[in-house]
Every structure is written in C-alpha cells, then in structure tokens.
Design a protein around this ligand. Structure first.
Ligand code: FAD
Length: 444
C-alpha cells in the first residue's frame, strides 16, 4: 500500500503540504511529477535541472521521483504502479488537470503556493490596494509547516523502469548559456533568500527600481517552480519595515485572485472593451523588438538580456511591454507569448495579468494614455548607461559623460555605425496610439 504524491509546481521538501501529509502516513511514498500544460522553452530548461536535483534530495529518503509527460495518460500510469504496489491515497498541491472520476475519492488536494487561501476571499476585487488591505485584514496567512519527520522506512523498494526518465531531452541546448546566471533548486532558493535579506532588503524600497543595480531578490523562478515556499518568505519578512517587499508578494496573490475569477487570461482581455481591436501590425517591427534591434538602447538592452539570461527587471518588463503595445501597436498577446517562452519565471497567472496591466485592458491597469518613455526612464533609472553598455557592445566606446538614452535619439551623428536607426519616431507613434485608443474608448 503506497501514498502517491503528485507534484507540478512544488519542487521542494520544506513546507510542501502534499509531501508532508504523505510522510505522516508512514506508508511507502511515490512522488510523480506531472508535466504542466503550458511551459515555455526556458521554463523547460529550468524544470529539467530542478527535477534532477529534487530527485537527488528525495533519494536520501529512498523516495522515487517519477515523471509523467502528459496528464492524459494518468490512468495508464496508475495501472502500471498498481502492478507493483497498491496506491491507497493520492495527495497533491493543486494540479492543472482534473483527475479521472475513479480517483477522486482517494485524492486530497492542498494549496501550497499562495500566502492566503483564495477561497477565504469571497468578494471579487478589481483593484490591487483594496484587495491587499482586505485580505490582510480579514484573512490569515497560512503558516509554513514544520519539517516532517522523514523516515527511511517509507522507502519503496521497487525499480520502476517506466516513468523513470526525467524529461531531459526536451531541454533545449540553446539555453545552456543561462547556466552561468542561475543556481537552481531548493537549496539555492534558500541561499538566495538569505543573501537578499542580508545584503539588499534594507535598500529594497529605493534600489528596486534601478535596473543597473541588482536590487531585487530574483526569487521569481524559484517561486515559479515552488522551490521555495512563499509562506516561508512572508512569515519571515512580514513586518512594517518590509511593507514594500511584501506588497510585491501581494501583487502575485492579486494576479492569482484575478486569474481564478477569469478564464483564458493569456488570450482574452479582462476588459471586453478591448476585445476586437488591433490594427495590422508590422512584422519587421516585431522582429526588431524580439531581437533587441529597435534603435532604442534601453529597450534593446532589456530584450537581449532576456534572451541571454531568461530574466528581466520589473521596470524593464513594463518598458518593453509598453513599447511593443503602445508604440508599435502590436497585440499584447504576442508579447505575452514571447515572454512566456523566454522567462525562467514565466507564470501562467502573473505573466498574462501583467501584460494586460501594461496594455490597459486588465483589472487595475495603467490607463491607456500612460505610455512609458524609454529615454526618460533610462535617464532616471540607469543614469550613466551602465545597464545599456553591459548588453549593447555597440556602445563600448560611447563617451561616459554623454547621456546615452537621450543623445542617441536627439543627435543621430553620435549613433554607433553598427547600431540600428530607431524603427519608429517615439513622439508620433505615441500620438497614433493615443488617437487609436481614444477612438475605441469613445466607440464603446
Ligand atoms: P522582487 O522585487 O524581489 O519581488 C519578490 C517577488 O514578488 C517576486 O519574485 C514575484 O514573485 C513577486 N512580484 C514582484 N513584482 C511583482 C509584480 N509586479 N507582479 C506580480 N508579482 C510580483 N513575474 C513573474 O513571477 N512571472 C512572470 O511571468 C512575470 N511576467 C511579467 C510580465 C510583465 C509584462 C511585467 C510588467 C511583469 C511581470 N512579472 C512576472 C512581475 C515582475 O516583473 C517579476 O515578478 C519580478 O521582476 C521578479 O523579480 P524578483 O524576484 O527580483 O522580484
């Protein structure tokens, strides 16, 4: 008789409710990772490595980690496992698929990756601040679980040949260069949290916006794959001096609140006013945006950073998204997909929620007339052009005393020869967008 633990976005031992409850049953445990339905290519790269490390961790307790590529084959897998050992109970921390009817009775699902229980919030909120105030006032954050009493007697003494292969082949070699930017897995996540608390947290409120500084936690991919518990972070840091940081975790909770109350957020605008609008767009512009060749230094640096590291600073995400949607007039769904394929923290709720926020069609969005100006933003948050120089080798010899963000646009003769001309004129593209949006708002 065994307990089956199904995991998807919870690759950790600490504060993992499904695993914790399985360990307490004192029966042999089999852990199965079930592939998520929506995963981008850098996420797959991360997942492969994370799974390998997690398997090593579980091996210490003689718990096997198997992998199921497609949830549609769930029943076949159970038949196979039952041939070796009877599955008595199934635990999970929430799945992106429904278990077949015949397993519902033995399945118990816990919620593991949010601070608050979503069902405790019965009212639907459309604006962040009242949501965050209300949930903190009226609901209790879930406390992290203690470490379970691991016991080697829980071991399963059977070799499973099938479902034993971790999905190594699907990790695209293209992304191996990301190796030097990341340490993956639960131990690395705990280390990153400690380092952040020790070295950056005290300056977070101010430092978080300057993208040339490494001022944020970079915990997002660890949170995405559940290598660290958000409840652990919140419990440790929730106090007056860390309000700002905790409210960022709050935005994550809010994105899930909205996601829960809506359907396909990656395709359908939350505000129906924007459903059937988007003019024809220019493919060359899209390719220039993707490849970091727009002629706007801060946009290009950010996009090249993304393609190399699989990550981008929050302010830059807002800038490049605004540029795509509100200057190039390219549908936000196309940007969302590109991000989803390239971000190591690509999150099914937060990514579409954030794209809709920037595009102006989500809940609590920036209004349509707010269009980020890449020159001013660059000047303010990367005044010496340190970030731009890091990612654009074309500017290696550009004089330090010059304002890289403004001068390059205002004085074309300063532009390095191998750096592209701006693909659009910022001012007129802004005006075109404002009149297009204004017309939709007036028509509805
Ligand atoms: P920190 O500043 O250290 O914040 C700590 C944690 O709080 C983050 O790890 C994250 O879990 C959460 N958080 C921070 N900012 C936000 C935010 N604005 N919204 C929701 N949660 C937040 N974040 C993702 O995790 N996955 C995505 O796919 C994603 N896509 C985005 C797309 C766009 C267009 C934009 C504008 C933002 C997106 N974000 C996404 C939100 C944000 O940019 C990242 O969470 C943040 O940059 C991660 O860096 P960090 O871990 O250093 O954050």
């Amino acid at each position: 008789m065994a307990t089956l633990v199904l995991l998807q976005r919870d690759l950790r031992q600490f504060d993992n409710p499904a695993l914790y409850n399985a360990v307490r049953r004192r029966k042999p445990i089999i852990v199965v990772h079930v592939m998520e339905k929506r995963l981008g290519s850098t996420s797959k790269w991360w997942l492969c490595k994370s799974l390998r490390l997690f398997r090593q961790q579980l091996e210490e307790w003689s718990i096997p980690l198997l992998h199921l590529d497609d949830s549609a084959n769930f029943s076949d897998m159970i038949d196979y496992l039952n041939d070796h050992i009877e599955i008595e109970q199934i635990y999970s921390n929430g799945l992106d698929f429904e278990l077949p009817d015949n397993f519902v009775e033995i399945h118990e699902s816990f919620l593991a990756n949010l601070i608050f229980i979503p069902e405790d919030m019965t009212k639907e909120f459309k604006i962040f601040t009242p949501f965050w105030k209300s949930i903190r006032k009226n609901c209790s954050p879930v406390k992290p679980l203690p470490n379970p009493d691991w016991c080697k007697k829980n071991h399963v003494n059977i070799e499973f040949d099938e479902y034993n292969e971790l999905p190594m082949m699907m990790a695209d070699d293209r992304w191996n260069q990301m190796e030097s930017y990341w340490e993956i897995g639960e131990k690395a996540a705990q280390k990153r949290l400690e380092l952040f608390v020790k070295t950056k947290l005290s300056d977070y409120d101010h430092g978080r916006d300057f993208f040339h500084k490494d001022g944020t936690s970079k915990l997002s991919p660890h949170l995405r794959f559940g290598e660290i518990s958000v409840r652990q972070i919140y419990e440790k840091l929730n106090n007056k001096s860390n309000e700002r940081f905790c409210s960022e975790l709050g935005w994550r909770e809010f994105a899930y609140h909205v996601y829960r109350n809506h359907g396909d957020m990656a395709k359908i605008p939350l505000n129906p006013k924007y459903c059937d609008f988007w003019p024809e767009y220019n493919d060359d512009h899209l390719n220039a945006w993707r490849n970091g060749q727009t002629g706007y230094p801060v946009i290009d640096a950010a996009m090249r950073d993304l393609s190399t590291t699989g990550w981008m600073h929050n302010r830059l995400r807002m800038l490049v998204a605004s540029f795509l949607v509100k200057n190039l007039l390219i549908p936000w769904q196309i940007g969302e997909e590109w991000f989803y394929d390239h971000l190591v923290d690509a999150d099914p709720a937060v990514n579409p929620f954030s794209w809709q926020w920037v595009a102006g069609c989500g809940t609590d969005s920036v209004p349509y007339f707010r269009i980020f100006n890449p020159m001013l933003q660059g000047e303010k948050f990367d005044p010496q052009g340190i970030y731009v120089r890091k990612w654009l080798p074309e500017f290696a010899d550009f004089p330090m005393k010059r304002n890289i963000h403004q001068d390059i646009i205002k004085q074309p003769n300063l532009r390095p020869e191998n750096y592209p001309q701006p693909i659009i004129d910022f001012k007129s593209s802004r005006e075109r967008t404002l009149s297009t949006y204004k017309a939709i708002v007036a028509a509805k």
